[in-house]
Design a binder for this molecule. Sequence first.
Ligand code: NAP
Length: 416
Amino acid sequence: MAKFKKIVIPANGEKITVSEGKLVVPDKPIIAFIEGDGTGPDIWKASKKVFDAAVKKAFNGKKEIAWMEIYAGEKALSVYGKNKWLPDETVEAIREYNVAIKGPLTTPIGGGIRSLNVALRQLLDLYACVRPVKYYTGVPSPMKRPQDVNIVLFRENTEDVYSGIEFKSGTKEVSDLIKYINKKYDKNIRKDSGVGIKPISSFGSKRLVKKAIEYAIANNRKSVTLVHKGNIMKFTEGAFKEWGYEIAKEEFRDFIVTEDELYKSFKGKMPEGKILIKDRIADSMFQQMLLRPSEYDVVATPNLNGDYLSDAAAAQVGGLGIAPGANISYTTAIFEATHGTAPKYAGLDKVNPGSVILSGVMMFEYIGWNKVGKLIENALKKTIKSKVVTYDFARQMKGAKQVSTSRFAAEIIKNM
Ligand code: NAP
């Protein structure tokens, strides 16, 4: 009997497996994809061509991706039927095949799902949202020196005020809760308040910071900054910072120096080959990102700070149109566009596929096919520099040639 009802497992591919916590990638790995809603199909079609061309070029046809379509969003409704926005077998397939890439998905209205992206993160425990933010020459940016921005942001994905533990003002639940807290802990929460809970755990903080430090080590990065609001929220955001330093010292002692140690033991001069662990208060970090972005490299932060900071940082280098992202668990990862479905442009072959293409670059690095990632990234850089771009960039660039989604992809392939 077939394993899945609707998903067709490619006969020519092999599963990416995990051994001792590391991915084992065959020559024809099966990678799951969700094309996405709205402009998703246009973007996906263009991106896939770029991916396949780069793999072919990098390995002379000796390796190739066996793409496996899985379904979520509006396409899932047409394949599986009413209310099946996120079929169980989609989640199962990602869990089993470890690596997936997706276009943007419509957020269902009604039907009990707040957001498909949030549901995927929770069901697969994709605890780290990873967003690299760097500048590509020629992209219109509001900054004087956007080239100074080159950070990789690790945002905690499962805790904080995003955990969905909220009680509406005026309900019995909230009234009981307020009475209990006010009486038991001698507090003074107003009776007509809504209340949300902000859990931040040692477990959740440490595994996120650990991932960020591992990334910094593997990619020769210089620093990891813990961004928090611990001066006010001492036992949640402040604890995040403390736990971050703890895991850095416990597990990476030979690789790191903290900012305190830098001044106490090294007279402020960074010892060769070490990674600096520092922390910044969130509001100050927003200023720092604008004023002295070159001092920041890898950033690790709780959920809400990360949400704001990643979009603000992306704006510094030209916006979400080409901002890539990934949601990663211990070994399972979904790479995704960070923008939405832009429904008004659906089917027009118009929007920028850069976000999914650069998410693909992250994916190739993740499976160890760095050569492929480099080919794509360099060709994309060259294409933007030559001012052959989609409408979103063209409208802000002098002398640009505006092309369609598919033409932009073809140009990238030509420039590889
Ligand atoms: P959106 O789809 O991101 O679109 C907002 C605007 O951003 C577009 O009108 C367009 O600007 C620009 N834009 C977005 N993608 C672009 C691209 N690839 N190339 C060039 N420009 C692009 O946000 P939305 O309209 O608020 O949301 C639409 C749907 O997407 C909603 O259902 C929302 O919930 C969902 N959503 C999904 C994700 C996800 O799956 N990761 C993320 C966010 C939102 P101009 O109008 O100026 O041309």
